[in-house]
Write a protein that binds this ligand. Structure first.
Ligand code: PGA
Ligand code: ZN
Length: 450
């Protein structure tokens, strides 16, 4: 092993995320080379996510501190990985997982483990004097080589992702009345990532004026920077977004399409879906599916995330049969970036796309495996941020390096979001033809391999 890539120090500390909640930052050095990463944190978390360790004592940060996870890095994980080759992410992550010893990373904390895993990747890149995106692309190539027969070279070509961007927030991310969490726009007609971003900003501005003109004066932004207006019902948010697209001079559908993150698990109880914005209407999976079909007929919707709840496999089957050929049906809480859950979804033939969140599974190598499995099965991976984020922009490099094709970061306000959008602008500029834009077709459901 080259000495320059051997891990020499690992050090964690508590920092704050975009909600002012403590999170874990880790620094790894390989000699003079240095890498740093910060774990993100969700609000609408899935039941099958790896466990985020919080202190739970009410003395500090209302029990939300992560000092125990920090101590676990400094006292337990650091000695376990010092001396390892930081380039060998597979062995490193395996060591972290074994040291924890639980299935859900609950002993030492997924926030502790992910912090080390990502900081090591940053340090490995620095030690090799290589941009992170190239190091991640190399790791991705290793995984593709080890998992697939010859001829998978095309999987290793980098690409710039198509963004899906939050415009209006509801659910657990905003204080308004909307049940559904995200109303997103997807600039399917843009010719490049930077053009897509420009269109998004235009629509976001127009939407702000439209909401103000309609009397939703004191609109504030939600956790991910989307507007959080008090609208009368879930559908009115859709019509505002369509209007904003048109006011920005774009064709709703051909230029800019719509995505939803229903995040339905949080309003699913005892087999029914409760819509508080509709006087507590309580819908079956079939009725909610019917709602989506009607909306898909009337609005240029191309993607629906977590349309049904994480445990509602039968409902998901119905939803997939109804809309799977037409729309991207994205599983977030359903899959939790977990290979076993994704395999189950593939086996049952539900959904056709997988949201990829590093901290849902808790290590980089397992995340790459989830992306690979999804792509192999014809399920589209969408790399995603969490509602609690920081200046850490690793997911931008990850999406480009693995050619995931799509990315979901939140809105284009708030700097923890912009850190990623801006990193993508840098990568587009630096990589040029090496990372062509994935383009609008990526969001259309792929033909399933038979
Ligand atoms: P979360 O939201 O980070 O609060 O889980 C993001 C999402 O549901 O996609
Ligand atoms: Zn989601």
């Amino acid at each position: 092993m080259q000495d320059e890539t051997r891990i020499t120090t690992v050090r964690a500390r508590q920092v704050l995320d975009s909600r002012g909640k403590p999170t874990v930052e880790v620094e790894v050095t390989c000699g003079e080379a240095h890498g740093r990463a910060i774990a993100p944190s969700g609000a609408s978390t899935g039941r099958f996510e790896a466990c985020e360790l919080r202190d739970g004592d009410n003395q500090r940060y209302a029990g939300q501190g992560v000092l125990q996870a920090v101590a676990n890095v400094n006292n337990v994980l650091a000695p376990a990985v010092i001396g390892l080759d930081a380039r060998d992410q597979r062995s490193l992550d395996q060591r972290l997982i074994e040291t924890d010893g639980t299935d859900d990373k609950s002993r030492l904390g997924a926030n502790a483990i992910l912090g080390v895993s990502l900081a090591a990747a940053h340090a490995a890149a620095a030690a090799q004097r290589m941009p992170l995106v190239r190091h991640l692309n190399r790791l991705w190539g290793q995984l593709v080589d080890s998992e697939s027969a010859a001829g998978a070279d095309d999987m290793c070509q980098m690409s710039m992702p198509l963004p899906m961007v939050n415009m209006i927030s509801g659910g657990l991310h905003a204080g308004g009345q909307l049940d559904f969490q995200d109303y997103l726009i997807i600039p399917v007609g843009a010719a490049s990532y930077s053009e897509a971003l420009e269109w998004i900003v235009d629509v976001y501005r127009k939407l702000g004026s439209l909401l103000r003109d309609a009397g939703h004066e004191g609109y504030l932004v939600g956790d991910e920077g989307g507007y959080g207006p008090k609208l009368p019902d879930n559908e009115s948010a859709l019509s505002f977004v369509v209007q904003a697209i048109e006011c920005a001079g774009r064709e709703a559908g051909d230029d800019i399409a719509i995505g939803l993150d229903v995040a339905s698990t949080h309003f699913f109880r005892d087999g029914a879906y409760y819509l508080k914005s509709e006087s507590g209407a309580n819908l079956s999976a079939a009725e909610l599916t019917q709602r989506f079909v009607e909306w898909a007929n009337r609005y240029p919707i191309v993607s629906i995330e977590d349309g049904l709840a994480e445990d509602d496999w039968d409902g998901w089957k119905t939803l997939t049969e109804a809309l799977g050929d037409r729309l991207q049906l994205l599983g977030d809480d359903l899959f939790t970036t977990n290979v076993t859950r994704i395999e189950e979804g593939i086996r049952r033939g539900v959904a056709n796309s997988v949201l990829i969140k590093l901290n849902q599974v808790g290590s980089l190598w397992e995340t790459l495996q989830a992306i690979y499995l999804s792509r192999q099965a014809g399920y589209r991976p969408v790399v995603s941020a969490r509602s609690g984020e920081t200046e850490d922009a690793t997911i931008a490099d990850l999406a480009v390096a693995t050619a995931a094709g799509q990315i979901k970061i939140g809105s284009i306000a708030r700097s923890e979001r912009l850190a990623k959008y801006n990193q993508l602008l840098r990568l587009e500029d630096q990589l040029g033809n090496e990372a062509p834009f994935a383009g609008g077709d990526i969001v259309r459901p792929a033909q399933r391999p038979t």
